[in-house]
Design a protein around this ligand. Structure first.
Ligand SMILES: NC(=O)C1=CN([C@@H]2O[C@H](COP(=O)(O)OP(=O)(O)OC[C@H]3O[C@@H](n4cnc5c(N)ncnc54)[C@H](O)[C@@H]3O)[C@@H](O)[C@H]2O)C=CC1
Ligand SMILES: O=C(O)/C=C\C(=O)CC(=O)O
Length: 350
């Protein structure tokens, strides 16, 4: 057995109520005047946490938006300078974490992240940002948050149309980790455990959105998924979601949730060990079928047509997806991708 395992160093505090440790963790990082980042929708939660840390909250910045536009980062950097902030405290989903990472990438300020969705971004040294309508991705050790507090009491406020797709976004990280070119036994173990935890928790969350035990399980799965995403390379699923999301400005989690049955089915015959691992985790005979069944419960959008795409858009997407070659277990051909997109357009079982 030959492999390389690269661990991304970060400190993780996990547990219901663990947000009570924010002040202690800021002290540990030597942060005295944080920029407190959130989306506008989550400014109330950010204000509550800021109140609990007193003077360590240097300035509030409730302006995070999806896909990390560079203009927003520049405005946040002015807020950083205005109080000479010495660290970032991000409270929210992947969009909020993205802004914190964008600041850290440019300033090397330390980051404490409190995730409130299952996106997994907090565990990766990857930043996607948008400039002039174009989204690009960069990876750098400065981007990786130093400390992450996972408090499942903070994910219970997600309505199921956000929590379901967000959980499927995490599952997609783990699925692709299982057939990554640079996979290794530790990450594969985490990926299977992540799919098991999320696959068990998501149906419960759809029926009972405030079930704290299920949130804890899902957040645990999301943590593992984030570790997987940060440690190994992704393939056709992440590439096609990046293309579809960026080109047609689609919601990030919704497009991941919709596409993962089809992308995993694309690789079904080329990655049998990964498929067996997914099937074991979900308790099904076939991995992609198990994922499809899960999306029927957890995804908010069930077809590319429902997301507003046309068949002509599928041709555009297939062309773009073929532009930059990348590793995938099954060769990426235009015909194969177009066929896969057609099935997703119609929302039929893969
Ligand atoms: N670089 C990386 O490793 C990764 C980056 N991302 C990035 O993250 C972004 C998407 O992040 P998501 O978490 O999917 O969505 P998001 O952060 O945009 O949140 C979606 C909506 O849900 C709200 N929300 C978040 N948590 C909530 C809660 N607990 N209760 C009620 N409302 C809540 C937010 O205010 C927002 O309106 C994209 O820009 C994506 O590219 C996502 C995964 C990995
Ligand atoms: O697609 C994902 O879920 C993983 C990575 C990114 O979203 C990169 C980014 O756009 O921040």
């Amino acid at each position: 057995m030959d492999f390389v395992y690269n661990a991304n160093p970060s400190r993780v505090i996990f547990g219901a109520g663990s947000r009570a440790k924010v002040a202690e963790e800021l002290d540990r990082l030597g942060i005295e005047r944080a920029i407190v980042i959130s989306t506008p929708d989550q400014s109330g939660l950010a204000a509550e946490i800021a109140k609990a840390i007193g003077g360590r909250a240097g300035i509030m910045y409730p302006g995070a938006v999806q896909h990390t536009p560079v203009e927003v980062t520049e405005s946040a950097l002015m807020a950083v300078s205005s109080v000479r902030a010495d660290g970032c405290l991000a409270i929210g989903g992947g969009s909020t974490t993205g802004l914190s990472k964008a600041i850290a990438y440019r300033t090397d300020l330390p980051q404490l992240v409190i995730p409130t969705t299952f996106a997994g971004s907090e565990m990766t040294p990857i930043l996607g940002q948008t400039e002039a309508g174009r989204k690009t991705t960069v990876s750098d050790p400065k981007i990786l948050p130093e400390t992450v507090i996972y408090d499942p009491e903070l994910t219970v406020t997600m309505p199921s149309f956000i929590s379901g797709p967000s959980g499927m976004n995490a599952i997609a990280h783990s699925v692709e980790a299982l057939y990554a070119k640079d996979r290794n036994p530790v990450i594969s173990m985490m990926a299977e455990a992540s799919i098991r935890a999320l696959g068990g928790a998501l149906p419960t969350l759809m029926d009972d959105p405030s079930n704290l035990h299920a949130h804890s399980e899902a957040l645990y799965g999301a943590w593992l998924a984030g570790v997987c995403l940060g440690a190994v390379g992704m393939a056709i699923h992440h590439k096609i979601c990046h293309t579809l999301g960026g080109t047609f400005n689609l919601n990030h989690a919704d497009i991941h949730a919709l596409m993962i049955p089809y992308t995993s089915a694309y690789n079904r015959d080329a990655a049998p060990e990964a498929m067996a691992s997914i099937a074991r985790a979900l308790g099904t005979v076939d991995g992609p079928t198990g994922i499809y069944q899960l999306t029927q419960r957890a995804a908010s959008k069930r077809s590319l047509a429902e997301m507003g795409l046309t068949e002509a858009d599928l041709d555009t997407a297939a062309d773009i997806a073929l532009q930059n070659p990348y590793y995938n277990p099954r060769p990426v051909t235009r015909e194969g991708v177009r066929h896969m997109l057609q099935a997703a357009f119609e929302g039929r079982a893969p």
